[in-house]
Ligand binder design. Structure first.
Ligand code: DUC
Ligand code: ZN
Ligand code: ZN
Length: 487
């Protein structure tokens, strides 16, 4: 067999195995794994390096308009380039519906944005903010059939929020058609009530964003949506968990056999609410929802990653520039309510987690691969094409130099946010060569891929990825009394 590329002598590591061997790549796929493979047209020496599956970042926002009308700092070029430099080879951003929009048209628009620009592969989740009859009975079922098998709903934000009735409608469609509902879980009225009081009393600085988004609001909404999902026996995925109370609710539900999945993000492991308490408006750079919490919450999130409560570590990259096009769109002294929510993180997701988790012996290397690549690929229907290194899989590889120390400076990061929350920190371990479908995308700190060379990946969520739960007591009673056409 002849290979287009052979990656030689690396320590090839998946979520379950580690072996020193060569990887032979042909036609963009892994064609052979073994020692002493025949020469390829091109060769990369990975001796002394770790060869991991390219990362899959299943939660990021790119070229998306916020509900307040503020555009993300990254388009599909800068966002995908930044991801690649951080060892990620597949992204799943959102195609975000705003009220009144056709979901079908929204998905088409996002394809038009991504196709000419992305340098790595991608799929899309949808955001549903307007579950009109046309969306729920026609557009959504048709899109699920075409492979858009995951969508996010919000329990808060005036212009995005669905009420419990609407969430039940969405969960019912997801249940019937084998799709997965992702949920931003915060209690809207708790947030609204606190925000009104804070504003009334003149507490407007960015740090009050952390007071506004109380942990209890996250815990309450998480428990509530788990109950909604249990009623219908629908799988549910809780995004960006930051609060130990929310995490406990998820863990208890999992222990009862419910199909509840969850993720956390680096900002909830490494930042705290005190980061919002900075000079002038600088705290705005750290405003995301939920906000960073406290040390005890950070430790709880680490425990959740270690014990399996969380299946995924995503970035929730939601970049806004620190100027009038982004964070400060409502003026240089805008109240916290008017500051766009989100922080950048696509590029640093894996280097930060590797450095803080693997190097400090909190996270085993196999678990690192599982949380950052394999499980997101499995849960969102991309596995085994993505998320592993195996014969037949796409040749998506990140070659890591685990001894390389990098001092983080935004000027060396490839996103377009204009700042990084991790400025000045040092990480140990960096993906020095990144390969997507056998194409070298990053090498010697240079971008090697063409604009638009990334591909949309069609996906299916195999039944095995979402183990069956069990009917709720309400469903059993409905069936016993002959109302099994309801639940
Ligand atoms: N939710 C996200 O997932 N990202 C940014 C802001 C938000 O509320
Ligand atoms: Zn969210
Ligand atoms: Zn997000």
């Amino acid at each position: 067999m002849t290979f287009d590329l052979v990656v030689r002598n690396g320590l090839v590591t998946t979520s379950t195995e580690q072996v020193r061997c060569d990887i032979g790549i042909a036609g963009g796929k892994v064609a052979a794994l073994g020692q002493g493979l025949l020469a390829g047209t091109r060769e990369i020496d990975a001796a002394g390096k770790l060869v991991l599956p390219g990362g899959v970042d299943s939660h990021c926002h790119i070229e998306q308009m916020s509900s307040m009308g503020i555009m993300n700092a990254d388009d599909f070029f800068s966002g995908s380039v930044s991801a690649a430099f951080g060892g990620t080879t597949t992204i799943i951003p959102f195609a975000a519906q705003h009220r009144g929009q056709s979901l079908k048209k929204v998905v088409q628009d996002y394809h038009e944005r991504a196709t000419p620009k992305a340098v790595i592969d991608y799929a899309f989740h949808m955001i549903i903010s307007d579950p009109s009859p046309a969306v729920m009975t026609e557009e959504l079922p048709a899109l699920i059939e075409r492979g858009y098998k995951s969508f996010k709903v919000f329990m808060t934000y005036d212009l995005l929020k669905l009420d419990d009735y609407q969430i039940l409608d969405v969960l019912a469609v997801a249940r019937k058609r084998g799709a997965l509902t992702m949920v931003h879980a915060e209690n809207h009225d708790m947030l609204r009530w606190l925000a009104d009081r804070l504003m009334e009393k003149g507490h407007k600085a960015p740090k009050f964003h952390a007071v506004n988004h109380a942990k209890l609001a996250e815990a309450e909404a998480t428990s509530r949506v788990i109950h909604l999902a249990e009623l219908l026996d629908a799988p549910v995925f809780i995004v960006h968990v930051s609060d130990p109370g929310a995490m406990d609710a998820i863990r208890r539900a999992q222990a009862r056999g419910l199909k509840v999945y969850a993720e956390t993000c680096p900002q909830y492991l490494l930042l705290t609410a005190d980061d919002l308490d900075r000079e002038a408006m600088d705290g705005a750079k750290f405003c995301c929802s939920p906000p960073p919490r406290d040390r005890a919450s950070q430790e709880a999130m680490w425990r959740g990653l270690i014990d399996g409560t969380f299946q995924i570590l995503s970035s929730d990259h939601a970049p806004f520039r620190f100027d009038k096009t982004g964070k400060l769109a409502h003026g240089p002294g805008a109240p916290f309510k008017k500051i766009a929510n989100g922080i950048p993180g696509l590029e640093l997701r894996m280097p930060l987690f590797f450095s803080e988790g693997v190097q400090k012996d909190k996270i085993d290397i196999h678990r690192f691969v599982d949380l950052t690549s394999t499980r997101p690929a499995q849960i969102f229907g991309l596995f085994p094409q993505k998320g592993t290194i195996a014969a037949g899989s796409d040749a998506d590889l990140a070659i890591w130099d685990s001894s390389k120390e990098v001092s983080i400076r935004w000027e060396n990061i490839h996103d377009n946010a204009g700042y990084t929350p991790y400025e000045g920190q040092t990480v140990k371990g960096w993906p020095v060569t990144v390969i997507s479908r056998g194409r070298v995308v990053v090498q010697d700190n240079q971008l090697r891929a063409e604009r638009g060379s990334g591909r949309y990946i069609e996906r299916s969520v195999p039944d095995s990825a979402i183990p069956l739960g069990r009917p709720s007591e309400a469903a059993l009673l409905a069936r016993r009394f002959g109302a099994d056409d309801v639940i």
